[in-house]
Design a protein around this ligand. Structure first.
Ligand code: T3D
Length: 263
């Protein structure tokens, strides 16, 4: 059986491919565990300075493998939903949110259920013209998970978040761009080359600066303005301590291109 998660590091970029195309890359427990392992490696390996996540075949990810959820993989014994969320989706979502390196999602096709909310956890989300997003949960009586109840109202406002999650309709790639849910749309042929080029660029830039920027932006979601100014003071001090800041300053003053090392 092929590995359900493929990962490869090149030019500072770890490309993680969700690889169960015959099941539209829906996630079962072994796949979620392998995905989490790959993300932990990406987080801990200093050689990885950007992460690019995409799906094999015609889908990005159709969310939870519903055959597994129904117990079909385990002699009719369905795993407790709480354990699927606690052991798979919550750790994946937490890790991605806290990961202080840029994460690019290249959404090649349908992203449904947990797969849709996984895609929205990217820092830069690029979509193919063939991509679509579907808050499919309600069709089987569930609620959005993988952080969707947190990200969606913040990204599109409460009214649209309710419409998307109550109706569970397919949102096209074009609609996702228009709503500001994703960064950019590419033709299916250009998606991966464009995402890879962008990932390689980001992998040569100040990695710590990205991480601290991400931390500051996320903190703003719950802070008052004054609290956020304090966060900026603290994190700017940390950024100012990096080797990349010294390099950027020196390069500017000496009219040369900087060589950032991510330290
Ligand atoms: O216990 C818990 O569930 C807790 C965790 C919850 C997290 C969640 O993610 S809940 C939401 C789970 N996902 C869904 O409800 C989406 C289900 N899939 C669909 O609605 C449709 O497949 C799509 C809209 C994504 C795509 O439709 P379409 O017409 O392009 O493809 P299809 O024919 O429906 O699917 C193709 C194959 O993939 C098919 O298998 P087959 O018949 O060719 O052998 C289908 O069964 C399989 N597939 C698609 N999604 C899943 C799946 N198999 C297992 N699990 C899936 N989620």
């Amino acid at each position: 059986m092929a590995d359900s998660i493929l990962s490869k590091v090149s030019s500072g970029v770890m490309v993680i491919t969700l690889n169960r195309p015959d099941k539209l890359n829906s996630m079962n427990r072994p796949m979620a565990k392998a995905f989490l392992d790959a993300l932990e490696t990406a987080r801990d390996d200093d050689a990885v300075r950007c992460i690019l996540i995409t799906g094999e075949g015609r889908a990005f990810c159709a969310g939870q493998d519903l055959a597994e959820a129904a117990g079909q993989d385990d002699g009719g014994v369905a795993p407790p939903i709480a354990s699927l969320v606690a052991e798979s989706y919550n750790p994946i979502a937490s890790l991605l949110m806290a990961l202080e390196k840029p994460v690019i999602m290249a959404v090649n096709g349908v992203a449904a259920g947990a797969g849709a909310n996984l895609a929205l956890l990217g820092d830069l989300v690029l979509v193919s013209e063939k991509a679509s997003f579907m808050q499919a949960f309600i069709h089987i009586g569930l609620i959005p998970d993988t952080g969707g109840t947190w990200t969606l109202p913040r990204m599109v406002g409460m009214a649209r978040a309710k419409a998307m999650t109550f109706l569970g309709e397919k949102l096209s790639a074009k609609e996702a761009v228009e709503l500001g849910l994703v960064y950019a749309m590419e033709s299916p042929e250009d998606l991966l080359p464009t995402a890879t080029k962008l990932a390689k660029q980001l992998a040569t830039r100040p990695t710590r600066g990205f991480g601290l920027t991400k931390r500051a932006l996320h903190a703003s979601m719950t802070n008052t303005f004054d609290e956020q100014l304090e966060v900026e003071r603290e994190l700017q001090a940390a950024a100012g301590d990096t080797h990349d800041y010294k390099e950027g300053l020196d390069a500017f003053l000496n009219k040369r291109s900087p060589e950032f090392t991510g330290r």
